[in-house]
Design a protein around this ligand. Structure first.
Ligand SMILES: [Zn+2]
Length: 130
C-alpha cells in the first residue's frame, strides 16, 4: 500500500467514525426533545456524546408527553408508560431552587413550615436559630 492510499484510508475510516458518533449524539439529542445534534458527535466525538448526554431535557418534551397523554385518555397502559417516562425525566433533570421549596418540621406539632419562617404556622412556637 502506498503512502497516499494509507492517508485516504485513514481519512475514510475517521469520516465513517465521525458519522457513527454523530448518529449517536443525534439520537441522544432527539430522545431529549431537541432537534439535530449530529454535529456534536461528528466534530467533538466522544466529548460530544458526553456533552449531549449531560444536557437537560428540552421543556417542549414535557409538553409533547402531556399532549400524547391527552390524545388517548382511555388507554390506561399507554398513560402509565408515558407517566413512567415523565418520572424518569424529572428524576434526571436537576431541580431548580424555585421548584423545591425548603421546608422544616415543627418540633412540637410536626407541621410543615417554610424554612425561612421563624414561627410555626400551626402552633405558633418559635423555631430555634441554627
Ligand atoms: Zn408547631
Amino acid at each position: 500500500m502506498s503512502g497516499s492510499e494509507v492517508l485516504w484510508l485513514s481519512v475514510f475510516i475517521s469520516l465513517v467514525l465521525c458519522c457513527v458518533l454523530g448518529g449517536i449524539t443525534l439520537r441522544i439529542n432527539e430522545s431529549k426533545g431537541y432537534s439535530g445534534g449530529f454535529q456534536w458527535g461528528f466534530f467533538l466525538g466522544i466529548l460530544g456524546i458526553v456533552i449531549v448526554a449531560c444536557r437537560p431535557y428540552e421543556i417542549s418534551y414535557y409538553y409533547e408527553i402531556i399532549a400524547e397523554l391527552k390524545k388517548d385518555p382511555q388507554d390506561a397502559q399507554f398513560q402509565d408508560s408515558m407517566l413512567t417516562k415523565l418520572k424518569n425525566i424529572s428524576s434526571e433533570t436537576p431541580k431548580s431552587s424555585d421548584s423545591v421549596k425548603a421546608t422544616k418540621r415543627c418540633d412540637y406539632c410536626d407541621a410543615v413550615n417554610d424554612a425561612n419562617s421563624s414561627f410555626c404556622s400551626k402552633c405558633g412556637k418559635s423555631f430555634k436559630r441554627q
